[in-house]
Design a protein around this ligand. Structure first.
Ligand SMILES: [Zn+2]
Length: 148
């Protein structure tokens, strides 16, 4: 063993970690990954996923209107759901009175069924069948007086 040239190895110091500047955001940080940019990226991906899910849901929702015997597209969602419920009931030969429907006094062939407080479904009596014609808001209803 050579003693003369012996130099005790200095205790290993932790490698001084060098800060590097992130090329995309300019922030200084340790390590290869910029945590700020990683978080940003993840947040954007999350947003895109939610947005895509929303778009997909909207598309599916819009497609359901093609099944309706009358156009319900202009109505608020909860009105659409209730109107479909009534349409389904009527097509299963449930009486319009079950839904609180009434014949109009000035035109007995027209039946008005409340959908919500603000909407009513106008139907036509056709040989005892109640055929939906349209869903009107209270305002529209008062303006056009269906069947009048
Ligand atoms: Zn960065």
């Amino acid at each position: 063993m050579e003693v003369s040239g012996y130099k005790p190895t200095p205790p290993k110091l932790a490698m001084p970690r060098r800060k590097r500047i992130c090329p995309s955001c300019g922030r200084k940080g340790y390590g290869k990954i910029c945590h700020y940019c990683e978080q940003q990226k993840a947040a954007i991906e999350r947003q895109e996923r939610t947005l895509n899910e929303k778009r997909q849901k909207k598309k599916e929702w819009e497609a359901t209107f093609e099944q309706d015997p009358i156009d319900l597209r202009a109505l608020p969602d909860h009105v659409v759901v209730k109107a479909r419920n009534i349409i389904m009931g009527l097509s299963n030969e449930q009486n319009y009175r079950y839904f609180g429907g009434k014949r109009l006094r000035h035109n007995r062939q027209i039946i008005s069924i409340p959908v919500t407080r603000n909407y009513r479904m106008i139907c036509r009596n056709d040989n005892g069948n109640t055929l939906p014609l349209e869903v009107l808001s209270h305002e529209d209803y008062n303006v056009c007086k269906p069947g009048g």
